[in-house]
Design a protein around this ligand. Structure first.
Ligand code: ADP
Ligand code: MG
Length: 339
C-alpha cells in the first residue's frame, strides 16, 4: 500500500468521523417529549396530552376558538347563534359536519336525538336562555318548533320550515371538538396523544411510560359539582374514541320531581327512566357523543338494541336497580375493558 492511498484512506475516515459527530451533536430534529395542555373552552375543560417536538398549545387554542365560533351557543357571534337569532349566515365545515352526523343519529334513534330540541332545553333551564315557567301549553307550543325533519342544509345555508326553530349542538360538539384536535395533532406529526374535552375522549398510541393510554368510565353518583369521580371501569387502548352521557350531574329537583338535562324531543319532557350513564365507543368521537345522548333518551334496552345494530360501535350502560346499579354492554365492549 503506498503512502498516498493510506493518506486518502485516513482522510476519508476523518471526514466520516466529522459527519457522524455533527449528526449526533446537532440533530436536525428536536427531541420528542410529552406535553400536557389544560384549560377551559365552551363551558367545560380540556386536557390534552401528546408527544411532540414542541408545545402546540397555541395552535390547539386557535383551533378550539375556530370551532367555538362555529358551534358554541354561548358565543353570540357563532354560526349556530346567528341561526338561532333568525339570521342566515353561511355555514362552515364544522357546522356542516355536525349537521350531517346529527341527522344520521336522529334517524338511527327515531328522533330521540335531535338538535332542534334547543327551545325545550332552554325552557327546562339547561340551555343558553333563562328557564321558563313550564306548563303543558308551553311544551305544546315549543314542540311545534322541534323536529330534525324540519331543517335542511342547502348550498351552505340552513333552511328552517319554522322560523322559530333553534339548534343546540351541546350533545355532539364536545366529541366533535375532540376529533378536530386529534386531527390537528395527527397533522402535526404526533403519533401518541390523548384528547379529553369535558369527559369525551380520543386517544391514539401510547402514554409517556410507553403503555397504552388508560381512560375510565365514571361511577354515576349524584354530584352536581362533579368533584367526586370514582371509576367503575378502566379501558386501556392504543386507538379509541369514547363519549359518556349521564344524568347524575346535570339535574335539579322541582316539586319533588327530578329534572335531568336529557330531554325527549318527542314528548318535550326530561327523560325519567333508570339509565344513569351511557358510554359509547365509535369510529369518531362526534358519533360516540351523539349516540351516548341518544342512548340516554331511549333508555337501557332500546339503547342497547340501537347500538348492537351499528358497525364498530359499542356501549356500556349503567342503570339503577333498587338502591344499587347494574350494567349491560354490547358483546364487543368486554374486549375493551382492562381487567
Ligand atoms: P353530557 O356530556 O353533559 O352528559 P350530553 O352529551 O348528553 O351531555 O349532552 C347533553 C346536552 O344536550 C343537554 O344539556 C342539552 O343541551 C342537549 N340535549 C338534551 N336533550 C337532547 C336531545 N334529545 N337531543 C340532542 N341534544 C339534547
Ligand atoms: Mg352527547
Amino acid at each position: 500500500m503506498n503512502k498516498e492511498k493510506i493518506y486518502r484512506g485516513s482522510f476519508a475516515l476523518l471526514m466520516i468521523g466529522v459527519a457522524v459527530f455533527f449528526l449526533f451533536a446537532y440533530p436536525d430534529k428536536k427531541e420528542l417529549r410529552y406535553f400536557r395542555n389544560e384549560g377551559h373552552i365552551f363551558g367545560t375543560y380540556y386536557n390534552i396530552r401528546y408527544e411532540a417536538e414542541e408545545d402546540l398549545q397555541e395552535k390547539i387554542v386557535a383551533r378550539l376558538n375556530e370551532f367555538d365560533s362555529s358551534l358554541s351557543t354561548f358565543n353570540p357571534q357563532s354560526v349556530i347563534s346567528l341561526i338561532n337569532q333568525g339570521q342566515d349566515p353561511a355555514t362552515d365545515k364544522y357546522f356542516e359536519q355536525m349537521y350531517r352526523m346529527a341527522n344520521y343519529v336522529s334517524e338511527l334513534s327515531d328522533g330521540a336525538f335531535d338538535i332542534t330540541v334547543a327551545p325545550l332545553v332552554n325552557a327546562w333551564g339547561f340551555g343558553f336562555k333563562n328557564k321558563e315557567q313550564v306548563t303543558p301549553e308551553l311544551i305544546e307550543d315549543l314542540l311545534l318548533t322541534v323536529g330534525y325533519e324540519n331543517i335542511t342544509l342547502e348550498k351552505h345555508h340552513l333552511l328552517k320550515q319554522n322560523p322559530n326553530t333553534m339548534l343546540d349542538a351541546s350533545a355532539i360538539a364536545k366529541g366533535q371538538a375532540c376529533d378536530v384536535i386529534a386531527e390537528l395533532l395527527s397533522d402535526e406529526g404526533c403519533d401518541n396523544y390523548l384528547v379529553d374535552i369535558g369527559g369525551e375522549v380520543v386517544l391514539q398510541g401510547v402514554n409517556d411510560s410507553g403503555s397504552p393510554w388508560r381512560v375510565g368510565i365514571t361511577k354515576p353518583q349524584d354530584d352536581p359539582t362533579g368533584a367526586t369521580s370514582e371509576l367503575q371501569e378502566v379501558i386501556a387502548s392504543t386507538s379509541l374514541c369514547m363519549a359518556t352521557s349521564g344524568n347524575y350531574r346535570q339535574f335539579y329537583y322541582e316539586n319533588g320531581l327530578r329534572r335531568s338535562h336529557t330531554i325527549d324531543p318527542r314528548t318535550g319532557y326530561p327523560v325519567e327512566h333508570s339509565l344513569l350513564s351511557a358510554t359509547v365507543v365509535a369510529p369518531t368521537c362526534m358519533q360516540a357523543d351523539a349516540l351516548a345522548t341518544a342512548c340516554m333518551v331511549l333508555g337501557t334496552l332500546p339503547a342497547l338494541d340501537m347500538i348492537e345494530k351499528i358497525d364498530n360501535t359499542e356501549c356500556y350502560l349503567i342503570y339503577a336497580v333498587a338502591d344499587s346499579t347494574a350494567v349491560v354492554t354490547t358483546a364487543g365492549m368486554a374486549k375493551l375493558l382492562a381487567r
